[in-house]
Design a protein around this ligand. Sequence first.
Ligand SMILES: [Zn+2]
Length: 292
Amino acid sequence: MKKTMHRLSTFVFAFFSCVAVFAQTIYTGPLFDAHLHYNEEAWNGKVGPHDVLDVVGRLSRSGVKAFVGNSRPNAGTTTLAASAEVKAAGIKVVPFIRLYRNRADYTGWFADESIYQMVLAEYAKGTASGAYKGIGEFHLYDSANANGEVAKKLMRFAQDKQLAVLAHVDDTAIDLLMAHAPQVRLIWAHTGIGGASAERVRGLLTKYPKLMGELSYRPGLTCDGGQLCPEWRSLALDFPDRFLIGSDTWVNQRWTYYEELMTGYRTWLGGLPADVASKIGWKNGANLFGLK
Ligand SMILES: [Zn+2]
């Protein structure tokens, strides 16, 4: 009898453990997409497959209530910022100034005075949703270019105007960029797309209290069941105020899978304590840009 009871309780325990694994809660709160591009080819003013209504539909179905918009050229962002449909859907636009007028600008912006002038002009114009709140996303494929004259000037401009900076760079460039403007709010796009170690990420977050990590395309982020891998789980728990999620719709294919991308985030957010999930999913972005 005792043995039977023991077997029974083992069975019951195993059963409920399985239920606990499969009934993994999914995060159901609002999402802040901190890395959204509405590039020319997505809409094109005429024939793009993702017109404003398509975008509003995808964001609404995904529970995205606000996003950082940054587009090549900036007309993509200003279009969304002026859209009655976006406003009617209750979606807030946080406009950033993109440094790129075209693809060629990706590789030379850090030394191109005409880009600095374009940023100043764009900043002066603002958007229908109000002033620009940041600059970027910009890319540095060679971290040494973080010391380019225009890169330095833009970092100081961002610091002076209290603009956030969204930067797709390696860990070495984080140190170089922060040296130009130690008070700037730097959002590290992808938090090390080249695979900087979790320990290195931890070191940088500790060293720079205003550094934030955006997690799209981050290698090694998720493991079994789409949950955070152990070292990223401990980063999220130790720095709950420092991470953001993003779609990075840099090519149209990312628009095609927008809802799946957001479901992926909801899956691992659901595996975190509720307060941490709501910070990373929504509050960190909302607080950064003063949204309700
Ligand atoms: Zn991007």
